[in-house]
Design a protein around this ligand. Structure first.
Ligand SMILES: [Fe+2]
Ligand SMILES: [Fe+2]
Length: 170
């Protein structure tokens, strides 16, 4: 039995599914609130699950390792955003296990092809820009540093996915 985390309070328009959570964070920019950061932290945690599922369908070990490496860092991103929330509000925001994540729903199976990896790489590069926009919404230097570090790693994820795409035959 797992220990229940403190109940997570999300805003009234919070997403209800993984797909909605990803759509929500893609739109973040000027005016990002702490409620948005909570969705972001939870979506990053789903990112780990997304990469874990994709790794199962990887065409070879090298691609699998690259996907799992990205996934591990997505969970680290979730914890960093949680830390930023704590810095900004004084309230801890622990990241729940995936089965207790209130915006998680099982992800559709995604075939691991060269094209899919290249498209996902574009999403990761966009994630770097998203973190720039988010960082611009806050004054706290410690929180800003956490957002910038996540952003830099999103670009590295994009580069890893391009390497993975090159390792796929089709
Ligand atoms: Fe991330
Ligand atoms: Fe990423």
């Amino acid at each position: 039995m797992s220990i229940s985390p403190m109940s997570i309070t999300l805003g009234p328009n919070a997403p209800k599914t993984s797909i909605e959570a990803f759509a929500h964070i893609n739109g973040l920019g000027a005016g990002t609130t702490v409620d948005d950061l909570k969705i972001l932290a939870l979506a990053e945690a789903i990112g780990k699950e997304l990469y874990r599922c994709m790794a199962e369908g990887a065409p070879n070990e090298a691609v699998k390792e690259l996907l799992l490496a990205n996934g591990r860092e997505e969970l680290a991103h979730a914890h960093r955003v949680g830390k930023a929330i704590e810095i900004l509000t004084g309230e801890p925001f622990p990241i729940p296990p995936i089965e207790e994540n209130p915006v998680y729903t099982p992800l559709p199976m995604m075939p691991v092809t060269k094209q899919a990896l290249e498209r996902l790489a574009e999403g990761e590069f966009a994630g770097d820009q998203m973190y720039d926009r988010i960082a611009a919404c806050f004054d706290n230097p410690e929180a800003i540093a956490l957002f910038r570090l996540n952003g830099k790693e999103e670009s590295e994820h994009g580069e890893r996915l391009q390497r993975a795409a090159a390792l796929c035959d089709s």
